[in-house]
Design a protein around this ligand. Structure first.
Ligand code: NDP
Length: 238
């Protein structure tokens, strides 16, 4: 949580240096595809390793379902998303290392929590907290993937510039992909009811909320005809 809050504070002064804010000032530039795949992979491999060595807690049904949700996200993020990127800007080495460390730490945190410590009462998978949280996770992931799909298709092959995103949740917020991811991890936190999953959700809110704010400001400066009623990241609110 402190890492997320500290990052949000820092990101008030400097944009997170990757994508449209990528800069050589933060180290060698790595190609986007392998950088994304390598930096996200620990969030898939570390919990898988922990699950393989896990005991009774890891074997419980709610724990397997919840760990499955986390792993499914990272199968997409580490193995599928990088292959879909079109002409993405290179990632500075510094940003790559920060993201890698985050994924090692968070992969361990969520994996260890769900394979060793989190215990659930009988019938947890039918509990309203699990069901609501699971739906939030599912809808959030769908919004995230759909919004990233819209962004990707703004560019024709070979193009590297930026256009105004339209359709889906972009009609409501500039950071539709980030809104999806934030909803996803808050849903996950409700379904897990663990302090570790709440820490991840808050961290995501701090980091992606800052990035959405920077993108929103950037769009307003770059495009005169940018829709003025579009919010930053939370539909109708912010
Ligand atoms: P961005 O929205 O900055 O960029 C996503 C992709 O779309 C990039 O390839 C980008 O190209 C392209 N793109 C974005 N806007 C436009 C536009 N207006 N016109 C044309 N192309 C555009 O997202 P991020 O790269 O920051 O994040 C990617 C994914 O990773 C998201 O789903 C996000 O939720 C997730 N993520 C999760 C984090 C977490 O803490 N859980 C942290 C960071 C990301 P280019 O690279 O050239 O800018």
């Amino acid at each position: 949580m402190a890492v997320g809050a500290g990052s949000a504070l820092l990101l008030c002064f400097i944009p997170m240096p990757y994508g449209r804010y990528s800069s050589r000032r933060f180290g060698w530039l790595l190609p986007a595809r392998p950088a994304w795949a390598l930096q996200e992979l620990p969030s898939l491999l570390v919990p898988l390793g922990l699950a393989a060595c896990g005991g009774a807690v890891a074997a419980a049904r709610p724990n397997r379902v919840l760990l499955g949700c986390f792993l499914l996200h990272y199968v997409h993020r580490a193995l599928i998303f990088p292959l879909l990127i079109r002409e993405g800007k290179p990632t500075p080495f510094f940003t790559f290392v920060l993201a890698l460390l985050f994924c090692v730490f968070n992969g361990y945190l969520q994996g260890r929590s769900l394979t060793t410590y989190a215990t659930y009462p009988p019938g947890w998978l039918g509990d309203s907290r699990f069901i609501t949280g699971f739906l939030g996770w599912l809808i959030g992931m769908a919004i995230n993937i759909h919004s990233d799909h819209i962004l990707r298709n703004l560019r024709k092959p070979g193009e590297t510039g930026y256009k105004i995103p339209r359709g889906g949740m972009f009609e409501y917020v500039s950071g539709a992909n980030f809104f999806g991811e934030i909803l996803e991890w808050f849903g996950f936190a409700l379904a897990c009811c663990t302090i570790e999953s709440l820490a991840f959700a808050l961290c995501t809110l701090f980091i992606l909320g800052s990035r959405a704010r920077q993108h929103h400001k950037w769009y307003l400066e770059k495009f005169e005809d940018y829709p003025k009623d579009r919010k930053i990241v939370i539909p109708f609110l912010y």
